[in-house]
Each structure stands twice: as structure tokens, then as C-alpha cells.
Design a protein around this ligand. Sequence first.
Ligand SMILES: Cc1cc2nc3c(=O)[nH]c(=O)nc-3n(C[C@H](O)[C@H](O)[C@H](O)COP(=O)(O)OP(=O)(O)OC[C@H]3O[C@@H](n4cnc5c(N)ncnc54)[C@H](O)[C@@H]3O)c2cc1C
Length: 374
Amino acid sequence: MTKYDVVVVGAGIIGIAVCDELAKRGFKVVVVEKNPKIAEETTEGNSGIIHGGFDPTPGKLNAKLNLVGRKLYEEKWFKELDFPWQKVDSLVIALSEKEKEAVEKLYYRGIENGLQPSELKILTQKEVRNLEPNINPIVDSALLCTSSYIVDPVLLTYALWNRAKANKAELFLNHQVTKIKESKTDFLVTCKNLDQEVTFTCKKVINAAGHYADEIAKMIKAQDFNLIRRRGQYCILEKTEAQTLKNHVIFLVPTIYGKGVIVAPMPDGHILVGPTAEENIAKADTRLVDFKHLKIIQKLGKKIIPSLNVERISKLTSGSRPICQETDDFVIRYAKHNQNFINIAGIKSPGLTAAPAIALQVADMIDRTRKGEK
Ligand SMILES: Cc1cc2nc3c(=O)[nH]c(=O)nc-3n(C[C@H](O)[C@H](O)[C@H](O)COP(=O)(O)OP(=O)(O)OC[C@H]3O[C@@H](n4cnc5c(N)ncnc54)[C@H](O)[C@@H]3O)c2cc1C
């Protein structure tokens, strides 16, 4: 039986980014994934925005990793990896005087989070309409952020996987982790592969199982967090609708629909409208779409760009944010009783943006315990 340094559970953007970083550092690493393909869960059902970093609550881990992660995209991933991305500024639009207060708050929050004043600007109605002439004419003002990007998260995950594979990482698809046994020196990670059981021996385990991270942690009594799910549904419009936008991701100010509903260009030329924010979703329903919410998304899309033809639907999709109930923040820590097991959980938005920073942080944690072993 092959013995690995590290088993990573889950081949979403987080598990694959961590695997890539560990393989680069010379670890013998394997990823086990229950699905037949990588990046089929939350990594596929999101807005695909690399956020500037003005939105997260200052002081939270996700605020810090947003900024570090975004800079790592700029300095490393955009240069080193072959995947579709574009620099696209973002606008958070205020449609009333009252919403302008929210836009101003976001500006100051961005500065508190470490953005440079040169990356953020509050625009007047005239300036907004010059940038995006088809925007709702009742627009009052907007927050412009010049350090955001759009990416294809699935193709990014494949690009990372290709690099990890070149560095001798391994991947087993259709392998669902069902049991983890720990001994003094090793872990035995058992997976269900069709009708067979396959067991991997390793020194360290990284739990990057998304919505199932709680269940994986429970297998070694290391579940010190609880997860809930908030679903977001999207409507992807035909490429013809791209003519209504110049080149911005346009957010409504955050409301009950979460961090902000957007109308945004996609790297493949389609237009993305959504997401909703539906609470208390069952694990089996994290990628469900329904027609009731389609109407809401279409209405919100037209609120941003009235001339958008929201009937020209190419695809409906969805994803759910895994949320740590206790902290509403990312969980990235060793199991309390065993530093060879690391939980990465509650990776809601901006997890895609933070992915390179999470990978570095977790690889450093693994390095630290390896040095302790010598
Ligand atoms: C609506 C929405 C919009 C978002 N927009 C943005 C955005 O614009 N920008 C941004 O930065 N972030 C955004 N995010 C957040 C981002 O999508 C997530 O943080 C990120 O995708 C999380 O990736 P992950 O690898 O942790 O999870 P996942 O992609 O869910 O991967 C977990 C993997 O683990 C596997 N797995 C589970 N259980 C097992 C098991 N027992 N055995 C083996 N494998 C298992 C799953 O099959 C899955 O492939 C958004 C999220 C949502 C839901």
C-alpha cells in the first residue's frame, strides 16, 4: 500500500490549491474526491469574482485572506497559470440617498481592510452613467473598486491541478471518504469507490470537503464548528446581452439577498445575474435551482440594467455558501487533539479570492509540524 505524506479530502478550489502548494514543496500528496470530476460543487456555483476586499467585516480572517489572496492572484496565479481571467472593475450602485450611506460605509470599510485610497472612489451619478450608460437612470452614486477581476473558477481549478500533477500529486475521483482512523503516527483514510473500499495511509490529513467538512472532522472527533448553508441561484444570460454592459461587475448594495446581487460579465462572454441568498438549505439541495427564484433574479437584474433582456436565458445554476455558525468566518485550524489533521471549513465568499492565501497558510501549518517531527 502506498504511503502518502498528506491526504487532501475534496477537490474544490481549496483542496486543489492546497495540494498544488504542498506538491510544489515536495510533499507526496493525494487528493480524494467523491465526484467523478473536480470542482463540481461550490467551486462551480459562484460569481467568479476576485474581490478587491472592501466588503468583508474588518478584523475577520476572511477579510485578511481576501486581500492577501487577491494580491497573490495579481503577483502569481495570473502570471503562472493558464486559465481565463479578466481585469474588470466593480461598481456598487446606490439607487437612493439612503443607499448612498451604505456605499460610503463600504468605502471606509475597504480602507480599514487595507485597500489603498487609489483603489476606491465614490462616483457621482454622472460619472456612473458615463462608465455604464445602460445602468438604471435613478442611480444616485456608486463605489468604484479598481482592483477586482473575473475568472473561470472551474478552469482555474484544472490549471492548478495540472501544475500539481506535474509536481507528482495524485488524484482519485469517485472516492468518497467514509472513515478515518488515527494511530500514533498515521491515519488510515478509507474511501468508497463504486462497490469497493480503498484505504490510504498518510501522516497528515487536510479536510477541504466543503459542505461535508463537518462530517469529515467528526470522523476523528475533531468537529469543533457547525456548518449551515446559504444557497445562491443564478441566471446566466446569452452572450447577446453583453452589449448592455461596458465592462464592470455591478452590485446592488448588500440587502437580504446577501453581499450583493450582481450583473456581471463572465470570461466566456455570457452575462451572470444573481445570486439569491436562501437560508437553511439541506446538503442535498446545495446546487438546486427552482423557477420561483428565477423571477426574483430577473427582477433584480432589471433593477440594475432596465434594458437587460432577462428572458434570454442560457443556463440556470446555483451554489451554496458553507457558513460557520459560531463565527461566520473561515475555519482554518489544527484538530485540537492532533496537529496532523487540519480543518478548512466555512469557506464562504470570498473563498475563491482567498484560495491562494489559504493554500499558503495551510502549507505553512503542515511545514511547521513536519519541522517539529525532525
Ligand atoms: C453563491 C455564491 C457566490 C460566491 N461568489 C464568490 C465570488 O465571487 N468570489 C469569491 O471569492 N468567492 C465566492 N464564493 C465562495 C466560493 O465559491 C467558495 O469559497 C469556494 O468555492 C469554496 O471551495 P471549496 O473547495 O472549499 O468547496 P467545494 O467546491 O464545495 O469543494 C469541496 C469538495 O469536497 C468534496 N467532498 C465532500 N465530501 C467528500 C467526501 N466525503 N469524500 C471526498 N470528497 C468529498 C466535494 O465533492 C467537493 O468537490 C461564492 C459562493 C457562493 C455559494
